[in-house]
Ligand binder design. Sequence first.
Ligand code: FDA
Length: 285
Amino acid sequence: MSRNLIDRFVPGEQMSDVLDATDDLVSSGRAVTIDHLGEDTLDRAQASATRDTYVRLLGRLADLGLASRTEVSLKLSAVGQALPADGHAVALDNARAICAAASSAGTTVTLDMENHTTVDSTLAVLGDLRADFPWVGAVLQSCLRRTEGDLRDLSHAGSRVRLVKGAYAEPASVAYAAKRDVDLAYVRGLKLLMAGAGYPMVASHDPRMIAIARDLAERYDRTADTYEFQMLYGIRVPEQRRLVAEGETMRVYVPYGEDWYGYFMRRLAERPANVAFFLRSLVSR
Ligand code: FDA
C-alpha cells in the first residue's frame, strides 16, 4: 500500500499531526471528531495507555481553543472491551475517564460501533455513561437487522446518534446481505432519526442519502443546528466544503496514530465493497 494512499486517509501518527489537521479543518468551517487508531486490545496496559492518550488529546484541544468544534470518537475495544472476564467493566471505567476529560474540555464523545457481537455491551456502556454524561453519542449501523429497534430506543431528546451503513463483515443471520437492503434500511433509519427528538448525525458519503436527509430535515422542520452531516477524512472533500457553504454542519472523522496498518488491512479485508470504496477515492475526491 502506498504512503500516498495512507496519507490521504490518516493525517499522521503523532498527536501534533492530528491537531494540525484539525486546525485546518476547523478554519475551513468544518467540525471534527478524532479517532485514536487502535482496537481489539487484549492488553490491559495498552487499554490504559489509550485512555491516557485520549485524556491528553482532550486537554490539548481545550488549550488550543479547538474543543468547541472538535469531539472524539472512541472504540470501546481499544480501551479493554475485548479483555476476557471483565472487559466490559474495564472499558466502562476507561470510557468514563475519557468522558470526564471531554466534559472538562467542553466537548463530547461518540462511541464507535464495532462488529455485531459488541453491540449489546456498547449500548449498555452508553446507557451507564449517559447517566453522568448525557451528551455521549452512539453509532448505529443500518446493515444490522436489530438497528431499527435500537434507533427507536435512541431517538429521544438529547440523544446523539451517528447513523452509518456498517463496515464489518456480518453473518446473514444478523445483517442484510444485499447492499440495496442496507441502503433501504439507512433511509428508514434517517426517517426515524429526523422525525424523532434527538440529534441525528448523518454519516455517509452517499449523495442519495445526503439528499434524502436534507429532504427529511425540511419535512420535519429541522433547522441546520439540530442535525449534522459527517464524512471520513480525505473522502469527498469538495462535497464536504459544498455542504458547509450551503449552511450545513459537516463534521469530519479524523483517525490518527501508529495503528493505521491494521486499520486499513482490516477495512479492506472485512468487506469487498470497502476495496472499491478506497480505490474509488483515488480517482474521485
Ligand atoms: P457507500 O460505501 O455505500 O457508497 C455510496 C456512494 O457514496 C457511492 O456510490 C459514491 O457515490 C459515494 N462514495 C462513497 N465513497 C466514496 C469515495 N471514497 N469517493 C467518492 N464517492 C464516494 N462503520 C462502522 O461499522 N462503525 C462505525 O463506528 C463507523 N463510523 C463511521 C463514522 C463516520 C463519520 C463515517 C462517515 C463512517 C463510519 N463508518 C463506521 C463507516 C461506514 O459504516 C461505511 O462503511 C462507510 O461510510 C461507507 O458507506 P457510505 O454510506 O459512505 O456509502
